[in-house]
Write a protein that binds this ligand. Structure first.
Ligand code: ADP
Ligand code: MN
Length: 516
């Protein structure tokens, strides 16, 4: 019943609260990578992202623009660190220019001149004071350099008459180089060169400078990677662009907030807009599942997809980003099969890359509670059980699928019935581990309903047989599982010998349909 579910739902039902406490988009922070909803909707941001995307599409442009902080596809000016550094450089450059003007004004044509050299902000990568510098970097298009490289020395000489020392003097120059090492990034250990009166030749200095520079680039990149992998960065700029495009196209009205942040996905609520094609109606409320583009969590899911023959040919050739898209694609296909079989589940609206839009199970932005979070009357509990049993049978028989992550966490209670969600990992029963997955599903379901007081609930072995139509007779779990594995092996052998799978496992006929 509705009154049971919608109001309760402690952890999930309050998108507002969850949004503020957990959600990284909650606090407005203009310099942070994490984005606010305003960002998601921001036209300017979208334009920037569009530009970025276009840049990525034309690598030669990127190559030309390659500067200290833009590294190939990681081109991203949205990090605090980078922005701060870029601003600092800009500031330093302006400051130095101002100094130069002051210097010139004071000195005029006077023979005796003063110098503000010591007050200059010499940027670690920006210092060039020697014409015989061995250039270690193609600086033709370096955007972080002064527009016109200084060709005349800032201070060509010191001293008078025969005591004159030019800046090319080895000792002075060497000491100066040593001192300039202090300008390397703070985390670059240079030791006490000045104390030792170390004199570095230009060549050595250049090599060190290059090393310091690449070290800093490397650590900046590592830092970036770390940032992107935290939960807050689940929605990266490219995803934001995708979401923005959906809103811009009128397909979605507004994206209201985040419903769930999981290890592998982030789910948003949105109000549906208008469809471009007449024949398709966009639900008034939608759920947007964004599969995370951070890869770590997906590594241990390889076995689901790698052994799924539907994806077999493609798996080996794919990069991780594409594999994540495949998860989204899988979820879409599986939901469609379920929809066709009449199983209550979200209806697919659209799939774009790793973003799946589907109908929202719930009402007025409040998602339906998970079965684990809802307190059902014993009557409803029993009803939910028989419905679940039937859905598992339909899933197996009509959809040729095993959910593979079925539990009270992935069943929602809405409109007085159970809805199945989260089917990206679902596989066909003849998947090399399909029956094991089914057995695990059965164990979760049995245990949940038995604990929930449904006396009629079959135990996991009975449930397995009821769903699969197989007749495994072992009366204990260990033997039962051994038989399951034997069946799986038989199927694999069949693949080896005949080059194709058994279409189904042999059974005594259709699984019996259980009902109240
Ligand atoms: P995950 O892989 O992160 O578990 P799920 O598909 O289970 O992904 O979605 C996470 C949560 O988001 C669900 O537990 C549910 O609360 C909510 N959710 C997902 N899809 C929908 C939907 N279509 N309607 C309402 N809520 C949804
Ligand atoms: Mn889930």
């Amino acid at each position: 019943m509705d009154s049971v579910g919608v109001a309760a739902a402690a952890p999930d039902a309050g998108p507002g609260a969850a949004w503020q406490s957990k959600c990284p988009w909650g606090a407005p922070n203009t310099t942070s990578i994490s984005c606010s909803l305003a960002d998601v909707m921001s036209e300017q941001l979208a334009k920037e992202l569009q530009l970025e995307e276009e840049n990525a599409a034309f690598p030669e442009v990127v190559a030309v623009a390659e500067g200290p902080f833009i590294t190939g596809e990681n081109a991203d000016t949205s990090s605090d660190l980078m922005l701060a550094q870029m601003l600092q450089m800009e500031f330093d450059r302006e400051y130095d220019a101002q100094l130069r003007r002051e210097e010139k004004k004071i000195n005029g044509d006077s023979k005796v001149s003063i110098s503000f050299e010591n007050y200059r902000k010499v940027h670690p990568y920006d210092s060039d004071s020697s014409e015989d510098e061995v250039d270690w970097q193609d600086t033709r298009h370096d955007p972080y350099r002064a527009d016109k490289p200084t060709t005349t020395p800032r201070r060509g000489f010191i001293g008078k008459g025969k005591d004159i020392t030019t800046k090319h003097d080895e000792v002075v120059c060497g000491r100066k180089n040593t001192a300039r090492m202090e300008n390397f990034a703070p985390e670059f250990q240079v030791g006490d060169g000045i104390g030792m009166d170390l004199k570095l030749s230009n060549q050595v200095f250049n090599a060190l400078k290059q090393h310091a520079y690449s070290e800093e680039r490397r650590s900046a990149r590592l830092h970036e990677k770390k940032e992107h992998s935290t939960a807050e960065k689940a929605v990266d700029p490219k995803t934001r662009l995708l979401l923005y495009k959906m809103v811009n196209a009128g397909m979605l009205e507004t994206i209201t907030g985040c419903i769930s942040t999981g290890k592998e996905s982030v789910v948003f609520h949105a109000y549906g807009g208008k469809s471009a094609t007449e024949d398709k109606v966009i639900p008034s409320e939608c759920a947007i599942k964004v599969f995370k583009t951070t890869l770590n969590e997906f590594k241990n899911r390889d076995k689901y997809i790698k052994d799924d023959y539907r994806f077999k040919d493609r798996f080996s050739k794919l990069n991780p980003r594409k594999i994540i898209r495949m998860w989204a694609e899988k979820e879409m296909h599986n939901l469609t099969r379920m929809q066709n079989a009449g199983i209550p589940c979200p209806q697919v609206v659209i799939l774009k890359k790793h973003v799946l839009v589907m109908s929202f199970i719930g009402k007025d932005q409040v998602p339906a509670p998970k079965l684990k979070d809802v307190t059902l009357s014993s009557e409803d509990m029993k009803k939910a059980y028989y419905q679940t049993l039937n859905m598992m049978q339909q899933l197996y028989k009509e959809c040729n699928l095993v959910h593979a992550d079925l539990s009270e966490y992935n069943m929602l209670w809405h409109d007085g019935k159970v809805w199945l969600i989260d089917v990206s990992q679902s596989v066909e029963p003849t998947h090399p581990h399909g029956l094991e997955f089914l057995f695990r599903d059965c164990r979760n379901v049995s245990q949940f309903f038995q604990k929930g007081g449904v006396a009629e609930a079959l135990n996991e072995r009975e449930l397995f047989n009821a769903v699969s139509g197989l007749n495994i007779t072992a009366d204990n779990e260990v033997d039962f599982q051994a038989e399951i594995e034997a069946l799986e092996k038989m199927n694999e052998d069949h693949v080896q010998n005949h080059g194709k799978k058994l279409s189904t496992f042999s059974s005594d006929g259709d699984p019996p349909i259980y009902d109240e």
